[in-house]
Design a protein around this ligand. Structure first.
Ligand code: PLP
Length: 372
């Protein structure tokens, strides 16, 4: 039998696939239960933007046609939204695709990418898949202002002449920590101009902390800056796979060479355009999340459980033991959360903020599980 693994490119030989949150249907099938609730993938508990759903009806009859490979209408709306020119926008099959395009465009064996410990798991994966070196900088301490958050000085210290990409998540998943405008811009400004810096703003619309920056406003100043956003979180369109980046035009043009010609399907393009205009759904989502963050935070406080203060739509909390048994027991209660041991947080679990009833159900299930 041929050892195909030995024939794969070096990075792929040691690659471990991304582990997504468990789908509700899978859990219900496995345990023979009903009414499970998934609080595992930071999806919007309010569902898709109603205006996005409405817009889809018009496209269904055209599904025999290829999508607009240039995503003209959506790119134009996004450019307007961020005050940039249309060629500065790249659409992706989720923002994860943009992260992958970054790796495929700039990285190769002998080159490296820098990111933080406890940062989004996709960064090391896309780097390793192209057999480049991933450098994880130690994160801030558990006792820091931003516990387990990005240590920008430690990240800068890992950058050398072969560093082509730096990944910064603001806020970061799974910690929910964030970087303030002055500190983040100073970090971007001090990087070599030859080093691309990705600021991943997947949760930007949720953040209400004063001093939280919109890095898309910096791309004119820093041609090596690329900011990613997604429709998967606040817009509630994770199933359609749609994300985008804002960068200088030369950087966007390179990513455009590497992407598949029809990487973003026509449903996603139409729904994205409608969701972008649905400020009511966005505002409601922010409000429900704000209330839910408070509800879950107070619930964890009341149970004496430590958690990382989060500005996203999720909270990572410490169960002070290997969390496998807690995770499994929550599953049996019909509540799906997310283990984060693969993020270097071996005693934590991450819970997505749901609607009030879902949050209450999670806290109640947690009581039963921890009492057992
Ligand atoms: C959820 C998430 C994304 C979004 O991924 P999509 O591919 O757009 O669904 C990107 N970055 C971070 C940090 C995330 O948590």
């Amino acid at each position: 039998m041929i050892d195909f693994a030995a024939l794969a490119v070096p990075g792929v030989q040691a690659l471990r696939p991304y582990e997504p949150g468990k789908p509700v249907e899978t859990l219900e099938r496995e345990l023979g239960i009903r009414d499970a609730v998934k609080l595992a993938s930071n999806e919007n508990p309010l569902g898709p933007s109603p205006r996005a759903l409405e817009s889809l009806r018009d496209v269904l009859g055209n599904l025999h046609l290829y999508p607009d490979g240039n995503g003209f209408a959506l790119k134009q709306a996004l450019a307007e939204r961020h005050g940039v020119a249309t060629p500065q926008i790249i659409l992706g099959n989720g923002s994860n695709e943009i992260l992958e395009l970054m790796a495929r465009t700039w990285l190769a064996p002998g080159r490296n990418a820098v990111f933080s410990q406890h940062a989004f798991a996709v960064y090391p994966l896309v780097v390793q898949a192209v057999s480049a070196e991933g450098r994880a900088a130690p994160a801030l301490a558990a006792t820091a202002d931003q516990p387990f958050g990005h240590d920008l000085a430690a990240m800068a210290a890992r950058v050398d002449a072969d560093t082509r990409v730096v990944f910064v998540a603001n806020p970061n998943n799974p910690t929910g920590t964030w970087l303030e405008a002055g500190a983040l811009e100073a970090f971007v400004a001090q990087l070599p101009e030859e080093t691309l810096v990705v600021v991943d703003e997947a949760y930007a619309e949720y953040v209400e902390a004063p001093g939280y920056p919109d890095a898309t406003q910096w791309v004119e100043r820093y041609p090596n800056l690329i900011v990613t956003r997604t429709f998967s979180k606040i817009h509630g369109l994770a199933g359609l796979r749609l994300g985008y980046s804002v960068s200088s035009t030369p950087v966007a043009e390179l990513l455009n060479r590497v992407r598949q010609p029809f990487n973003v399907n026509s449903l996603a393009q139409v729904a994205g355009l409608a969701a972008l205009a649905d400020t009511e759904h966005v505002q409601k989502s922010v409000r429900v999340n704000r209330e839910g963050l408070r509800q879950v935070g107070e619930g964890l406080d009341a149970r004496g459980l430590d958690y990382i203060p989060s500005v996203g739509n999720f909270i990572t909390f410490d169960v002070r033991r290997p969390p496998g048994a807690v995770y499994d027991a929550l599953l049996r209660e019909g509540v799906i959360v997310r283990p984060v041991a693969n993020y270097g947080l071996p005693t934590h679990l991450r819970v997505t903020i749901g609607r009030a009833a879902e949050n209450a159900r999670f806290l109640l299930a947690l009581d039963r599980v921890l009492a057992a």
